[in-house]
Design a protein around this ligand. Structure first.
Ligand SMILES: Nc1ncnc2c1ncn2[C@@H]1O[C@H](COP(=O)(O)OP(=O)(O)OP(=O)(O)O)[C@@H](O)[C@H]1O
Ligand SMILES: [Mg+2]
Length: 245
């Protein structure tokens, strides 16, 4: 279970996250929606212990997540918005290395199985240096899963994926949720949220402006002017996750 307890984070005079409280139950897929600059990545950096909050706290499975508690990082897998990879390792070496950082030793076939789920098995012996943007994005998901965490935190995992990659991501999330994983993922894609989330949370100017059932969230937008504005911005531009090849 993930608990965000009255989180606030400022950068100088900018309040990027403002008194945000939210909890995510085991087995949930919580989709965190918001426009550019809404505060999604800042919230995720607070949740992963990369940033310290100005006030408030984050707990995963009862343990506080903060920069001074690095051992708590084993509790979750994290895929950042920009994949962070070693260009001179192969895909398979990358996955095995990432797992070993948490004391988990994967066999070659276990690593290949993870890569297979992201359609990267045939590229397992290639250097990451030669990978495309979308391939790096998919490899980053494998790394988040490599040490077999029960909680996954994914910052815009759809960016750079082609339509087949998006379908694969939806299937992966469904499988992970069915096997009891807890997933927190950010996106700009309202339609993805409606299809894949068990609950949606909407952030605007650092403040949580709605949390609820993905099918009801559009109806809620008619009742709140800030939510209406977010939905207008999210739906008035083409949705990259619905694009044709
Ligand atoms: N390191 C930083 N220094 C100063 N301001 C920052 C920093 N990082 C983020 N911000 C500001 O905090 C606010 C929230 O940014 P954040 O990156 O969390 O938004 P986001 O919702 O992830 O946006 P996007 O959809 O573009 O990824 C923005 O106003 C941004 O300019
Ligand atoms: Mg972001």
């Amino acid at each position: 279970m993930i608990i965000l307890d009255h989180l606030t984070r400022r950068y100088g005079t900018i309040t990027a996250v403002n008194d945000l409280s939210l909890s995510v139950e085991d087995g949930e897929v919580l989709v965190f929606l918001g426009v550019n600059g809404a505060g999604k990545t800042t919230t995720i950096k607070l949740m992963t212990g990369l940033l310290a909050p100005c006030s408030g706290a984050v707990y995963i499975d009862g343990e506080e997540i903060c920069p001074s508690n690095p051992s708590a990082r084993r509790l979750f897998g994290y895929a950042p918005d920009q994949p962070e990879l070693f260009p001179r390792l192969t895909a398979q070496e990358t996955v095995k290395f990432s797992a070993r950082l948490y004391g988990v030793y994967l066999t070659d076939s276990e690593a290949t199985e993870l890569l297979e789920a992201q359609d990267l098995a045939r590229d397992r012996n290639r250097l990451v240096h030669g990978f495309s943007r979308g391939m790096k994005q998919r490899l980053s998901i494998c790394l988040a899963l490599a040490h077999k965490p029960r909680v996954l935190i994914l910052d815009e995992p759809l960016v750079g994926l082609d339509p087949l990659g998006v379908i694969r991501m939806k299937a992966l999330l469904a499988t992970l949720a069915q096997t009891g994983h807890t997933i927190f993922l950010s996106t700009h894609s309202l339609s993805f949220a409606e299809e894949s989330a068990t609950r949606v949370a909407v952030i605007h100017h650092g403040t949580l402006c709605a949390v609820g059932d993905p099918r009801l969230i559009r109806t809620e937008a008619n009742k709140s002017s800030s939510l209406e504005k977010v939905f207008f911005e999210l739906t008035s531009t083409p949705d990259p996750t619905q694009a044709d090849i």
